[in-house]
Design a protein around this ligand. Structure first.
Ligand code: ZN
Length: 272
């Protein structure tokens, strides 16, 4: 079975046919965590997860959007954004705080502001006892430093679209985190990620898409969806020279563990 640990089915790209895509996920026995990147995305994630038994939610404010926390723009009526986030994290099918992190590529918010709200949301995950889902773009060392200082593996979680070296990967693994592996592992320029996949114990890898983005080869540039994950599993099994079915089963279990699905008493999709 397939577990997509990071998808955005609330994105506009799915507005025209979201119901059909959901049906196809169910038919193919695919489970996914819909990750909210801003407060609207978090609301949509919680609402999608309440409608589909094979979907769970993650809620957090992405580094590009932490400006709403900093300036408290009245995006959500009277309720402060951070309070609403806490309320969404308490929803029964919300399994993680994410995506949160640092993005030095776009630099929508200055580094100090990004770091402040990343740290605040990491502390929130500890208070609420929820794993994290971390976004890191061109900020490898700062992300590791803040995760180590503010979280240190306390509730576990996933480093989404992992893009660091084997050495950085080992640091996260030491703290018990999982590394999110997606379409990039199939890219020609995905050499470093393939090295990570080969060197890190498979018990610390999980599959993801970042749908609608980051489609694997041969669908690069097209809309991504969780049904493309078998291509990622093929590549992981090939690189690790292991049985493909065995890889699929381990990766499914890893995702359930990373998000503590059983531990929290949530029904495992497609079980039995
Ligand atoms: Zn994402």
């Amino acid at each position: 079975m397939i577990f997509d640990t990071h998808a955005h089915y609330d994105a506009d790209a799915f507005d025209a046919d979201r119901d059909e895509v959901m049906e196809t996920l169910q038919k193919n026995r695919i489970c996914a965590v819909n990750v909210g990147a801003d407060i609207q995305g978090a609301r949509d994630s919680v609402s999608l997860a309440s409608r589909y038994p094979f979907l769970f939610a993650a809620a957090g404010i992405h580094p590009d959007d932490v400006g709403v926390l900093e300036h408290e723009a009245p995006l959500s009526g009277d309720e402060p954004v951070f309070d609403e986030l806490i309320r969404l994290l308490k929803a029964p099918r919300t399994v993680a705080v994410g995506e949160i992190g640092l993005d030095y590529h776009w630099m929508v918010e200055e580094k100090a502001v990004q770091k402040k709200w990343f740290a605040a949301q990491l502390r929130l995950s500890v208070e609420m006892d929820l794993p994290i889902n971390v976004h890191c773009r061109e900020a490898v060392q700062d992300t590791l430093d803040i995760v180590r200082a503010e979280h240190g593996g306390r509730t576990g979680g996933i480093i989404h679209a992992f893009s660091g070296s084997v050495e950085i990967a080992r640091e996260y693994v030491k703290m018990g985190y999982y590394l999110g592996i997606g379409g990039v592992v199939t890219f020609k320029n995905g050499r470093v990620l393939r090295e990570v996949v080969r060197e890190i114990p498979i018990e610390h890898l999980v599959t993801e898409t970042d749908s609608p983005y980051l489609s694997p080869v041969p669908y690069r540039g097209k809309r991504n969806w969780s049904g493309n994950i078998p291509l990622v599993i093929d590549e992981i099994a090939r690189v690790r020279e292991m049985d493909r079915q065995e890889a699929e089963e381990i990766l499914w279990e890893n995702a359930l563990k990373a998000y503590r699905i059983r531990e929290r008493g949530l029904a495992v999709p497609y079980a039995g």
